[in-house]
Design a protein around this ligand. Structure first.
Ligand code: NAP
Length: 351
């Protein structure tokens, strides 16, 4: 068996960084060789620097690893980034310049023309941008690949099956987003307990523009955005993990309820065909119970890597409406980045 690929985690102490540590324990292809965070954490052992918030024990292998400053110099081929977006942009560029494959969760480079906003079920061919990026930026070996905002991720997986089958013209979406989406310590308890906050800074714009890029086509060296019109309203609710979204869609043609449901049920794509280690067997799971999906009951279906769809029904204003649920720190962040790395390895980008 060949040796595992060494990976560093930038922002390893944060909500997303902790998920990376959890999901990479016993990964068949990757092993953690370095953990980095801010200078507040640098120099401490990981177990002292991190305020571990996950429901599995902190993996033994990384407890005593020293937290380093987020500067190139680690022995690793991949730098997974869960860095605070206030600092992620230039640090990620520095790592790509230094030869690392930077696979990022932060917003900073998502909309760069030469950076893939990758979601392997939908746009695996967007990795064609990597060579263009390397040439344009003069990166010899390294590059930057991003995954989307957590609510856009769940939405895109919920839209792709019906877009590919029937074409989508318009989307109206309202989210009910979990607290862990705001990182740690995130939203103060006095603001969120027993409450709904009807505003998340920049989230609506991110959902609208990232969805068009993700569902767009790679043509003549560029991404042509999907022409669908989107309108998003985003809210924060007192749920720990799992973003719920109420979605209304207008399609390009008339179809039956059975056809819509069967598009969701039969959705299957590149990561499933390639049998990538983190690929969910079913990237979209259709629930038929009238009161599902619910975050507490359904967020961990398919190990948090699927979008759960339920309540599919006709819409008197648009054509169809349904509810979706996605795990924001797994498929919406660290799990998505790991799946992106697996796709890149399978296509020879990490050799
Ligand atoms: P978080 O809990 O606030 O963690 C931020 C991380 O960045 C910490 O490890 C922190 O280290 C590190 N950091 C801060 N300043 C730094 C600096 N100057 N140099 C190096 N490291 C620094 O945030 P998060 O929720 O994990 O989010 C991380 C990124 O992923 C953000 O860009 C966010 O928008 C994105 N994202 C989050 C989610 C989600 O569901 N939470 C989903 C998708 C995308 P210290 O502990 O040392 O301060």
């Amino acid at each position: 068996m060949s040796a595992k690929i060494k990976v560093a985690i930038l922002g390893a102490t944060g909500a997303v960084g902790q998920r990376f540590v959890q999901l990479l324990e016993n990964h068949p292809w990757f092993e953690i060789s370095a953990l980095a965070a801010s200078e507040r954490s640098a120099g401490k052992a990981y177990t002292e620097a991190v305020n571990w918030k996950l429901d599995t024990p902190l993996p033994e292998r990384v407890r005593k690893l020293p937290v380093l400053e987020a500067k190139p110099g680690f022995e690793a081929a991949i730098a997974f980034s869960g860095l605070d977006s206030k600092v992620a942009g230039p640090i990620e560029e520095e790592f790509a310049q230094a030869g690392y494959a930077v696979i990022s969760n932060s917003k900073n480079h998502r909309m760069d023309e030469d950076v893939p906003l990758l979601l392997p079920e939908i746009n695996a061919d967007h990795i064609g941008l990597i060579e263009i990026q390397k040439n344009k930026r003069g990166y010899k070996k390294g590059f930057i690949v991003t995954n989307s905002n957590c609510s856009a991720m769940a939405l895109c997986l919920g839209l792709a099956p019906i877009d590919q089958a029937f074409g989508i013209e318009k989307v109206m979406v309202t989210t009910l987003q979990a607290i862990s989406g705001a990182g740690y310590p995130g939203v103060p308890a006095l603001d969120i307990v027993g409450n709904v906050i009807p505003y998340i800074g920049e989230e609506e714009e991110k959902m609208e523009r990232e969805t068009q890029k993700i569902l767009g086509k790679f043509k003549n060296g560029k991404i042509e955005n999907h022409p669908m019109i989107l309108s998003a309203t985003t809210t924060r609710v007192p749920v720990i993990d799992g973003h719920t979204e109420s979605v209304n869609v207008k399609l390009q043609k008339r179809v039956s309820l059975d056809e819509v449901k069967s598009a969701f049920r039969n959705y299957f794509s590149v990561p499933q065909k390639l049998k990538l280690p983190s690929a969910p067997e079913h990237p979209v799971v259709l629930k038929e119970e009238i009161d599902r999906p619910q975050p507490r009951l359904d967020v961990n279906i398919q190990k948090g890597m699927a979008t759960i769809v339920g309540r599919v029904r006709p819409c008197p204003i648009f054509d169809w409406k349904f509810v979706i649920l996605g795990h924001n720190t797994i498929r919406g962040a660290a799990g998505a980045a790991i799946l992106n790395a697996e796709l890149l390895k399978s296509q020879g980008f990490l050799s």
